[in-house]
Each structure stands twice: as structure tokens, then as C-alpha cells.
Design a binder for this molecule. Structure first.
Ligand code: PGA
Length: 247
């Protein structure tokens, strides 16, 4: 299982960042668990360059610019140079700040060109009765996958994060049954862009109120390959309990 810890803007001190890395290092020794930490940019620069553990690092965002005149932007090359291997793109909290599908497609491309694995977040804002949420999801996936070359498409990890389920508690998350349906649907959409076998084996994560109480249930039988964990990933009790519940 791939567990991506999305620290969002929860962690503000170097001390806390280091403590959470030490915790992740211990958990990364568990068999069949791969932990990827996604700290803020400054903490990525602090923790990733000296890392010799099995823990990997992700950035929470990437610039769509290549290099040069773009004050405040962080390029794929800069991320790569400090040791990031993954980057989260299209998170709903960034979409809410105005990121469009076109911008997200460009960011995904910049990640791939720089040898970073994009973790592409997709997910409906709400569940309506007439299945509009399925076309919303299809549209988000199509916008990115159609902008990539066949080879680039193979390098994308999809994180399915229903927006209505983010930042709450286990009881508000998606049911395992509904998640299984959504994972099948995502693989069906991906089959339009990837050769058959690759659509079946593409990595799909779930994100949205994953806690120790529901992680195992969500993982069992839903066909997901791991989780994108938000608030529980910065909690010293919940994160280890969540990871251990999966083995
Ligand atoms: P949450 O966040 O686990 O706090 O719901 C998940 C995410 O937004 O990536």
C-alpha cells in the first residue's frame, strides 16, 4: 500500500516536521507499506535532501513554468534538486483557489518532464441523484490524460478524493462499496487513454477523512492501491494506528 501523507499547511515548525519524519521512518519498515511525505516547500527542502530512509517525498504543488521570470513559483527542477520524487497536482484545495483543468494538465506535464511522479487528485464536489458526478470525474481525468503522451500517461498516480468527504471524520467518509464502484469507473475512463492492462494496474489512491477507524474497511475489496491522508497524517496517534491497521 502506498500511503501519501499530505501535511497541507498543518505543520509550522522544523521540530514538528522532524518528529513526523522520525515517525514515518519507523512505519516505513513495515512490509508492503510505502510512505510518501508531502510537507510544505520549506520543510521539503529541510527533510528530503538528507534522507537515506525508505520514506519518499512529495511536493504539494508544482509550477507550470519552466524556469526564469516567475516570482514565487517553484519549478519541477527545483523540487527534483532537493530530492522530491512525487508531486500532488490538482488537489481540490488548489482547484478551489482557481486552478483550472488546463493548468493542472500543464503542471502534470511539468512533473513528468522533470522525472517526478504526479499524484493527480480528482473527485466530485457533491453526489447528485442523476450521476452528474460521474461526468465531472470523467472530465477531470480526460482534461489531463488527453494532454499527455501515451508514455507519460503511464506515469500518473490517480488520487480519488470526493470533495464532500475531505477534512471530516471516518463516519463521513465514503463507504467501501461506493468506493469500489468509483474505482471501477475510474479504470473504465482510464482505459480510453491507457492500453487495457495498464488501466487495470494503474495506481489509484483514495483520500477523504481516512482515519484508523475506516482505513482497513476502505482498502478491503475496493481495488485501491493506497491512500492520500490529510489530517490523520499529522496526528502522532492516528497516523501509526492507520498504517498498522492496513497490515
Ligand atoms: P483529509 O484530507 O484526510 O483530512 O480528509 C485528505 C486530503 O485532502 O488529501
Amino acid at each position: 500500500m502506498l500511503i501519501v501523507a499530505n501535511w497541507k499547511a498543518y505543520v509550522e515548525t522544523r521540530e514538528e516536521a522532524k518528529k513526523l519524519l522520525a515517525l514515518a521512518k519507523r512505519l516505513s519498515k513495515i512490509r508492503r507499506i510505502k510512505i510518501v511525505l508531502a510537507p510544505s516547500f520549506p520543510h521539503l527542502g529541510l527533510l528530503a535532501p538528507n534522507n537515506i530512509s525508505k520514506v519518499a517525498f512529495a511536493a504539494q504543488d508544482i509550477s507550470d513554468t519552466k524556469i526564469g521570470i516567475a516570482t514565487g513559483e517553484v519549478t519541477g527542477g527545483a523540487l527534483r534538486s532537493v530530492g522530491a520524487q512525487y508531486v500532488i497536482v490538482g488537489h481540490s484545495e488548489r482547484r478551489a483557489r482557481g486552478e483550472t483543468d488546463a493548468l493542472i494538465a500543464e503542471k502534470t506535464k511539468r512533473a513528468l518532464v522533470n522525472g517526478l511522479t504526479p499524484i493527480l487528485c480528482v473527485g466530485e464536489k457533491e453526489r447528485d441523484g442523476d450521476a452528474h458526478y460521474l461526468s465531472e470525474l470523467k472530465h477531470q481525468l480526460a482534461a489531463v490524460f488527453s494532454a499527455l503522451s501515451p508514455r507519460e500517461r503511464l506515469g500518473v498516480v490517480v488520487a480519488y478524493e470526493p470533495v464532500w468527504a475531505i477534512g471530516k471524520h471516518a463516519a463521513d467518509a465514503m463507504s467501501s462499496h461506493d468506493l469500489a464502484e468509483m474505482v471501477l469507473y475510474i479504470r473504465k475512463v482510464l482505459a480510453d487513454y491507457l492500453p487495457g492492462k495498464s488501466a487495470k494496474s494503474a495506481l489509484i489512491l483514495y483520500g477523504g477523512s481516512t482515519e484508523p477507524a475506516n482505513a482497513r474497511g476502505l482498502a478491503g475489496g475496493s481495488g485501491i492501491d493506497g491512500f492520500l491522508v490529510g489530517h490523520a497524517s499529522v496526528d502522532h496517534e492516528m497516523f501509526p494506528a492507520l498504517v498498522k491497521s492496513l497490515v
